[in-house]
Design a protein around this ligand. Structure first.
Ligand code: ADP
Length: 709
């Protein structure tokens, strides 16, 4: 019991030592290395984060720097000068669009009163014909009055035409001349003098087309309409349509600087007439060229729409901002966002100080967003990414990349910065690719260290388990050994006491009767036999333990040995009241075996059968051949063995813990020897038992004998 308690204590101690000396320090070391690793990662992350701020800001500055550079180039006074110098309307338009492409945006120029000077379009207000005093009293005015009198009051068109013709030669200015020519043409047309009228209108269109009539419409356009009418009246329909088509093309190309309502009015008018004419399917060729013309984009209409947008959205804001900034000193250049269609437009503006002496001009630039997205931004971002290694994107309010249209994932490691100098509704998304790389390595390292630590802990636990098991086995063996010493002492003591007792009796009492003397000799012999059996067992065991046990295999009859042993043991059995039943096959072939060892096997088995059969004292000994084996079987009807003990009883010193066993004497070596001997003969031992019913021990030995070597 003491040893058992000691075993438990030893086990606890070892667990305690393991926890304290191995597991705990290892876990602490593991934790420390983990936390150092995490801290180092945190530190690197912080450095990268602060770097991200610095580099992000620098990247934003560079982008804005590029944009400012571009803006400066666009708003160069030379660009405006280039446009203002041009006189020809058509050339102005083509030059304007060329310049717009160059600077990726549209320029505009405002005068001191914020009127749009460039791009040039028709003015809103109709310039009234200058009718000064000198003109009022002139011959021209008198002739004109007379002409109008004949035309409108008398309806005498040929007389009126005469006076108008006189006016043409008396006209003080080209403007007046245009007025007179138009009236002359009108009267000639009314008096059906088509040829002359055609000539007059042709001259009006060619020489004075740019002048405006009282309604603010260029004479060129009016002349075009009249020429069309004349040709129609002269039944020269095809020619009339050609004239009309050329008029249509000229208006669309901005030959006359008219304003948007006037443009719309004439275009609608001409289109409705032409559509009407072509609906009957006549003049297919002219119709084709009309349709082709219609498909082409009208650059003048674009200019008109642009100036219209400027007037509505940009100019008022520029005016307000410049006025405000002028209050604080110098008028500051700036930028603003103006709504345009569904999108917006970025407008940069600035005062042009030395553009024309003593006059204030404001230059402006409306950025072309598509070239900004397609050309300027990609290039700047690419350069910056190459230089800084940062991942840069420009995103709109909904987080969509404005260059690709894809939704960008903003992570906690990315930084979104607003533009400082440009009022873009976009943000610059900056992220550090090293971040995700860092995270990935950290995750990988964490996993690796985690697995390693788990593995180490598992190994330690396994080691501790094996150690504890070993210790418990060791302490169990120690316990069994102690028990063995205790048992063996008892085993030795009883026969020795008896031998001494009867020896002394024989020595002292010389007058002992013959029967008594015989009994004393018998007891001394029997007890010494028992003693020598016991000592033989112990010696055999120790030889086996030391590996020195040798067997003397000889060919012979197993039947004989079994019979002899049984015969010599019969006395013991019968004396204890046992009946023996023998079933010994006499035809068993001869085989190789160690006679002494086999006798010891049978004696041990018979001795056990006797010891553990307290009630039904029957022993059956069988020897038979089975499947090439000789089987020696000893069966009893004793206490039996529980299934959990059947495998343990063959272990050295092992004795089942129950009442009967503890009452009987024994060393716990008998079955160990039997097993060893059986195995040395190339065989084995088998037990079938049921507690309370008895046991059958079978020693199975191959007839072929033990294997050599
Ligand atoms: P010992 O007999 O000296 O105790 P053994 O090695 O011969 O040692 O037997 C080991 C144990 O096996 C015994 O203590 C006993 O508990 C059990 N045993 C052996 N033979 C029998 C049997 N025939 N019936 C019941 N129990 C047995």
């Amino acid at each position: 019991m003491k040893i058992f308690t000691q075993g438990i204590l030893a086990k606890r101690k070892i667990v305690f030592i393991f926890l304290l000396a191995i597991l705990l320090p290892s876990l602490i070391v593991g934790y420390l290395s983990f936390s150092t690793f995490a801290k180092r990662r945190e530190a690197v992350k912080k450095i990268l984060e602060s770097n991200l701020w610095v580099s992000g800001e620098a990247a934003l500055k560079s982008i804005e720097g590029e944009l400012l550079e571009h803006e400066k180039k666009a708003l160069k006074p030379e660009n405006f000068a280039r446009l203002t110098e041009l006189k020809e309307t058509e050339q102005t338009l083509s030059d304007y669009s060329k310049l717009s492409k160059e600077i990726a945006g549209q320029l505009f120029l405002l005068n001191a009163t914020y009127q749009i000077i460039i791009p040039k379009t028709g003015s809103e207000d109709i310039s009234i014909l200058p009718w000064e005093k000198s003109v009022q009293d002139s011959e021209f005015a008198q002739a004109l009055k007379q002409a109008e009198f004949f035309e409108f009051s008398k309806k005498n068109y040929s007389r009126a035409a005469e006076f108008y013709r006189k006016c043409t030669s008396l006209a003080p200015t080209n403007q007046h001349k245009a007025l007179a020519l138009e009236a002359l043409g009108r009267c000639l047309l009314s008096s059906k003098k088509y040829r002359e009228a055609y000539k007059v209108y042709s001259e009006l269109s060619a020489k004075y087309g740019q002048y405006l009539n009282k309604a603010g419409h260029p004479y060129g356009i009016l002349a075009g309409f009249q020429l069309y009418e004349i040709e129609r009246c002269r039944n020269r329909e095809e020619n009339s349509l050609k004239i009309f088509l050329s008029l249509y093309g000229k208006i669309r190309n901005g030959v006359w600087l008219i304003n948007l309502p006037t443009y719309d009015f004439f275009i609608v008018e001409i289109e409705s007439i032409l559509n009407d004419k072509f609906s009957e399917g006549r003049f297919p060729e002219i119709r084709e060229s009309y349709l082709a013309l219609q498909k082409q984009q009208s650059s003048y209409l674009e200019t008109l729409l642009f100036t219209d947008f400027l007037k509505r959205e940009a100019v008022p804001k520029i005016k307000e901002k410049l006025t405000l900034s002028r209050m604080g000193g110098e008028a500051q250049p700036g930028r603003l966002l103006a709504a345009q269609k569904e999108d917006f437009c970025l407008v940069s503006y600035s005062v042009l100080p030395n553009f024309q002496s003593e006059k204030t001009f404001y230059g402006g630039f409306c950025w072309d967003l598509s070239s900004l997205k397609k050309e300027i931004f990609p290039k700047v971002l690419e350069d910056l990414t190459r230089d800084t290694g940062l991942h840069l994107q420009i995103i709109d309010k909904s987080g969509r990349n404005i260059l690709t249209g894809k939704k960008e994932l903003t992570s906690k490691d990315s930084l979104s910065l607003s533009y400082r100098q440009f009022p873009f509704p976009w943000k610059l998304l900056v992220s550090q690719p090293a971040f995700s790389e860092l995270e990935r390595t950290a995750r990988r390292a964490n996993f690796f260290y985690g697995v390693l630590l788990t593995f180490i802990v598992a190994l330690m636990l396994l080691g501790a388990f094996l150690m504890a098991r070993d210790i418990s086995r060791e302490s169990e063996t120690t316990r069994l050994k102690t028990e063995f010493v205790h048992n063996i002492s008892h085993e030795l003591k009883t026969p020795l006491t008896l031998i001494r007792l009867y020896g002394e009796t024989l020595q002292r009492k010389e007058d002992l009767k013959k029967d008594e003397r015989k009994e004393a000799y018998e007891i001394i012999t029997k007890e010494s036999e028992r003693l020598s059996h016991l000592i033989n067992n112990v010696l055999d065991f120790s030889r086996i333990e030391m590996g020195r046990k040798e067997f003397d295999f000889k060919k012979g009859s197993l039947v004989q040995i079994v019979r002899n042993t049984l015969e010599s043991y019969r006395y013991h059995l019968e004396k204890k009241g046992f009946s023996i039943q023998k079933e010994i096959a006499s035809d068993l072939p001869e085989m190789n075996f160690d006679g002494e060892a086999i006798a010891s096997v049978l004696v041990n088995l018979l001795s056990n059968a006797m010891k553990f059969s307290p009630k039904i004292k029957e022993v059956i000994v069988k020897l038979f051949e089975d499947n090439g084996n000789a089987v020696l079987q000893v069966a009893d009807k004793g206490v039996g063995i529980s299934p959990k003990d059947t495998s343990r009883i063959f272990k050295r010193f092992y004795r089942v813990k129950n009442e009967i066993v503890s009452e009987t004497r024994g060393s716990g070596l008998g079955l160990t020897l039997v097993k060893h001997i059986a195995e040395a003969h190339g065989g084995r031992i088998k037990v079938e038992s049921e507690p309370g019913k008895g046991s059958i021990f079978s020693v199975i030995l191959p007839l072929s004998g033990p294997k050599k070597g």
